[in-house]
Design a protein around this ligand. Sequence first.
Ligand SMILES: [Zn+2]
Length: 114
Amino acid sequence: MHETSLMENLITIAEGALEGKKAKVKSVTLSVGKLSNALPAALSFAFKAMTQTGPLRGAELIMEEIPVKVRCENCGLEYEPDEFPYICPKCEETYYTITQGEDIYIESLNCQEL
Ligand SMILES: [Zn+2]
């Protein structure tokens, strides 16, 4: 499952950040891009399953949806498209590069010092 390996990577990153620190993680905030194709329920399930033990034990998972942002390849305008097809509001060009909304990453770790 896509979400499982994704969460495995995220947890490895979080644990790496915690290494050598004496802290208890209260919550992990995840930024989930709208185009990431990950199911929040599956992410949540994977997180719970993988944090039964280890430094993230008992931490809460908070997910924030990140909207899609694209940059028009014609005029360079960055805009947040609503739905397909993406059309530049300035020049009506449909040639664009996605600049935000495809990734999933850890936004922050809320820790409590021990
Ligand atoms: Zn444009």
